[in-house]
Design a binder for this molecule. Structure first.
Ligand code: R5P
Length: 303
């Protein structure tokens, strides 16, 4: 088998390769003078199973389209070398949030990306904590949807926090939070949230459940602008919550996220390394758990 990586999150790719005890496949990447990408796969992958890894964003350069295009060009270059099969490993699925049309004239970008992957030559994909799992049924190739869930369960089991309640910040997180409440045998509370979608602004948040005097873990799939975190923490504090932990898989950390996290009265923000975090966004509250072993395990299953 071969394992190649794009340039979005090389640290995680290296950690996965290490867990698999293999070397990263050699690939040359250059930029033409007009800005177009040049890719050359420098391995003989004929009749081999090939894994191609890409994340959505990297340190200092959040250019999501560029990484998607890089991935598509790598897949196409690999396909032309006639491997047995190509499996895309996508710890952070680009354009993940647009999963349906809410107005006429919009695109469904998550399925558009799936069609692009298929057209480039992908036979299968491994994805991590998708924003919405149901979207997989519209993909034209098999998908292994894996999760960082068990890593968070382990983290909080080891912490042994007293009087801990898990809170779902919105309806989308409720299933995950219920499962977490069962796994740790702790109470569950939740918010009903609505937002001004285009501007990433949380418009409404209403609390269901008891949080007074409790330590809290908020569980979400991602933290983007940290608007959800700020709104949830404000309400939880107003209602007498004690220490607040926010755990989510994907540290998207766009726009005002870093400053909001710094100012928010939270004890810890626990994320994974699905996306590389800028050094300037790192601080004492931020704890990063690696998903390298989780990805490596699924790769081993499929090789
Ligand atoms: C929304 O439905 C998601 O599950 C997250 O809650 C959301 O993407 C977080 O975004 P932000 O940090 O900008 O509030």
């Amino acid at each position: 088998m071969y394992f190649f990586t794009g340039t979005a999150n090389p640290d995680l790719a290296k950690a996965v390769a290490k867990a698999l005890k293999i070397k990263l496949g050699k690939v040359k990447q250059e930029l033409f003078s007009d800005g177009e990408l040049y890719v050359n796969i420098e391995e003989d992958v004929k009749d081999q199973t090939v894994f191609v890894f890409q994340s959505g964003k990297r340190k200092n350069k959040p250019i999501i389209h560029r990484y998607l295009m890089e991935l598509l060009i790598m897949i196409d270059a690999l396909k032309l070398l006639k491997p047995k099969k190509i499996i895309a490993v996508l710890p952070f699925f680009p354009y993940r949030r647009q999963i349906e049309k809410t107005e006429s004239g919009e695109s469904i970008t998550a399925t558009l990306v799936a069609r692009l992957l298929k057209a480039a030559g992908v036979d299968r994909a491994i994805v991590l904590d998708l924003h919405e799992e149901s979207i997989i049924k519209d993909f034209d190739f098999p998908v292994s949807h894996i999760s960082a869930f068990d890593l968070f369960v382990k983290y909080f089991k080891e912490k042994k926090l007293p009087n801990l309640t898990v809170v779902a910040p919105d309806e989308g997180s409720l299933v995950r939070a219920k499962k977490f409440s069962k796994a740790l045998d702790i109470p569950l509370a939740s918010f009903e949230k609505s937002r001004d979608r285009l501007h990433d602004v949380v418009a409404k948040m209403e609390m269901q459940g008891k949080v007074d005097g409790q330590n809290i873990v908020l569980l979400d799939d991602e933290i983007n602008t940290a608007g959800t975190l700020v709104e949830a923490v404000d309400r939880l504090k107003d209602q007498g919550a004690k220490d607040i932990y926010f755990a989510c898989t994907h540290p998207v950390l766009s726009g005002p996220a870093a400053i909001r996290i710094k100012q928010a009265p939270i004890k810890e923000l626990i994320v994974t390394d699905s996306i590389a975090i800028k050094d300037t966004d790192k601080n004492d509250k931020l704890k990063v758990i690696s998903v390298a072993d989780v990805l490596a395990k699924e790769i081993k299953n499929l090789k």
